[in-house]
Design a protein around this ligand. Structure first.
Ligand code: HEC
Length: 260
């Protein structure tokens, strides 16, 4: 018995004896990050999920987002997709016909402009910096050209944001997780810590590959799922060991905690 107690009192610094201030700090961080992750998933459903006009994420959504829908124009796709609710079926049909007739300006003035002014410009105007301004004919005209998916400029921008942002998140999630004890399974721990970075690289590379060829779309799903799995595993192990494992350990251990 005394042996056991002594062994426990010399337990190394780990997440179950780290002391309440650090536990609160880690828990606050992990909770906020989990909500952030959830919001990111909802955001994916809203943007990529609607790319093919149907709710839910599919391979087609990913192909349309990165490679583009080479069988249609952005304006037509959006009118059959996320902008469907903004105009009546008859008006949408009229605009789509006009697009397929190579979008002549004369007909625009006569037939299309009134619909756009009534149904679209309240959002698509010069004040909305991230949306094309439909008071400007050339901005509409550009959307009647074939869709080649995300531009290289946007791809570069979201790639660097994701690489910086996500590695920053996993620096801390992995840092907290490295204080857990996974007895006799240290290779699981090494794998869990390095995995998100490998999946992050896979995820970003797969966007670029899918931009070049639609055959790589499934890699985007694997990269994203791998990231999610790594996150869930490290998150739940850290939370569990912080708040439940310490109760299972003896009092002597808690009394000898490094910081309280
Ligand atoms: C309630 C505000 C709102 C209205 C009304 C609206 N849009 Fe949009 N539109 C958006 C937002 C937000 C986006 C960006 C998100 C997206 O692509 O779904 C967008 C994106 C688009 C895009 C894609 C632009 C791009 O560069 O990829 C097109 C095309 C488009 N809208 C067409 C229309 C048309 C045509 C109408 C009118 C029938 C319309 N929108 C009405 C808010 C609106």
């Amino acid at each position: 018995m005394t042996e056991l107690v002594r062994e426990k009192t010399t337990l190394p610094f780990n997440i179950s004896n780290i002391g309440t201030p650090f536990k609160l700090l880690f828990t606050g961080y992990l909770s906020a990050i989990a909500i952030g992750y959830l919001m990111a998933l909802i955001q994916i459903l809203f943007t990529h999920g609607m790319a093919d006009g149907k709710v839910g994420l599919s391979i087609e959504d990913i192909v349309y987002s990165y490679y583009g829908n080479r069988s249609g124009t952005v304006l037509e796709q959006k009118l059959n997709g996320s902008m469907k609710m903004n105009a009546s079926d008859a008006d949408r049909f009229k605009i789509i016909q006009w697009v397929r007739d190579d979008a002549p300006e004369a007909e625009f003035e006569k037939e299309i402009k009134p619909i756009i002014e009534r149904d679209c410009v309240m959002c698509h105007n010069e004040h909305a910096s991230s949306l094309p301004n439909f008071n400007d004919f050339s901005a509409i005209k550009k959307l009647t050209e074939q869709d080649h998916g995300i531009s290289y400029a946007s791809l570069t921008r979201i790639s660097h944001i994701h690489l910086f942002g996500i590695s920053f998140i996993f620096m801390f999630v992995g840092g907290i997780f490295s204080l857990t004890t996974i007895n006799h399974h240290r290779y699981i721990k090494y794998t869990a810590i390095i995995m998100p970075f490998l999946f992050l690289l896979l995820d970003i590379s797969s966007w670029w590959l899918t931009k070049l060829s639609p055959h790589f779309a499934w890699l985007v799903i694997i990269g994203g799922a791998g990231l999610g799995f790594s996150f869930a595993y490290m998150w739940s192990t850290s939370m569990y060991q912080m708040w439940f494992l310490s109760r299972k350990l003896g009092h002597s251990d808690r009394r000898n905690a490094m910081y309280r």
